[in-house]
Design a protein around this ligand. Sequence first.
Ligand code: ADP
Ligand code: MG
Length: 540
Amino acid sequence: TARAVSAVTSSGQPVLILKEGTSQTKGKEAQRNNIMAAKIIGEVLKTTLGPRGMDKMLVDTFGDVTITNDGATVVDDMDVQHPAAKMMVEVAKTTDKEVGDGTTSVVVLASSLLDKAEGLIDKNVHPTIIVDGYRMAAEKALEFYDKIAIKVDPLDRVMLGKIALTSVASKLVSEKYLADLTVDAVLQVAQKQGDEYKVDIDDIKVEKKPGESLMQTKLIQGIVLDKEVVHSSMPKRVESAKVALLDCALEIEKTEFDAKINIERPDQMKAFLDEEENMIKDMVERVVKSGANVLVCQKGIDDVAQHFLAKAGVLTVRRAKQSDMEKLAKATGGRVVSSVDSLTKDDLGYAKLVEERKIEEDKWTFIEGCKNPRSVTLLIRGGTQRVVDEADRSLHDSICVVRDVVQKPRVVAGGGAPEAEVASELRKWAEKLSGREQLAALDFAEALESIPLTLAENAGLDPIDILVDLRARHQKGELWSGVDAFSGKVQDMTKLNVYEPLSVKEQIVKSAGEVATMILRIDDVIASSKMKEPSMPPKG
Ligand code: ADP
Ligand code: MG
């Protein structure tokens, strides 16, 4: 139970230090609560791990349904309240941001670390000792991962394909085809910097549209805007396009204040309207004069402007997203200009072909063969909205792991093999530690085995049998023995072509270690009283 934060003076007067309603939980009780809350997140995510993992169905407050197997999405959509549980959510998100994959693993590992720590706390090992032991073990684990990692060629399509396939395998059908598409996409945007390659995944635009099937998903060499050409008599196809990019509206701005114009004679009325038309005509003329035959505008374009643009044969798209404007600028080599007056031919971008195409019931504009080929769009198709949404999430993971390897060309096998190996090495190393840190280090090793154990459990296998087999083989020096989720046996995972980036594994160990120790170091939870609900206006 929580106590109010207060003290009592010698004369018996209570001294309130914090506001009334503030509650405090201390010591073991606080630790236990935090560990429990964090472990619950782990329990929820656990069953989604690996190729035989189950999906979660999430229903939000509006009743919208998401079906997913992606750890980051699950925690993101769960409305978590408890602060320690929130820390677990954060760690999944950070992992997603840093390496794009391994979000479930990091939560499973952190949860397992906390579970073991709870056991040690019960045995009266002080949390500080556990934290120290975990820290040392995490550092050593990183060394062992580094030692076993295999160096690869960053442009080796076959290896990258295996990496991509491992990451999408748990989630999609038509995997191989999609995995290869992501490899193509990443290699297309990769840029050499010294001896290394850099990949900005923002250069890969992802668009999705339900319809057809996943196999119709395509990589487009350029940018796709989910916007149609604004006027029916404009050209729908322009070759050797010179593209103007505007982020101002092509219309007469309405004044912010009310203005009255007194018109006494009909010709005054006409003069007024003509003047408006002339202003717009002038704007359009400036666009045409710059030499542009395609215009992409971030804001609105009124009917009169559309009419003149159509007459001048300029393919025009309006209300493009700002992010798309930036991508277009990068891809076409053009510049986004904020006023028609300052538009010149130097601001124009170039594309071999701009064309409006029909995608299901919508018309989209494709801008292909750009000046800078380092800009591609992955156009995801699939039976239903849910299918394309889940494909989007899996392809994101896949793009990220391929990027990870292109940027840092080191890989390990999957299926829990590296975790089992590192655990086995950690045990040998921990022997040499003294005292209670050794207990914590040994527990760290065991926690790493939660990955192959969970993979086995999710494949419907007996986790104990698998663990015994796995340990024995790693003892014998079978480096890449892991859990083959499909045959249900312990196998050499390199033979099954299951590979993962070293950077994902490193991130998992670092982040899980950090969040577990952070939670363990908390021995006092002081919670302010909740704010009162704001009073609602009366109904009706
Ligand atoms: P995460 O969000 O952590 O990436 P996933 O659900 O994608 O979680 O599962 C990743 C785990 O599944 C990794 O440990 C990976 O090695 C493992 N895995 C992938 N393919 C296989 C396979 N064919 N057999 C066994 N394990 C696999
Ligand atoms: Mg994954």
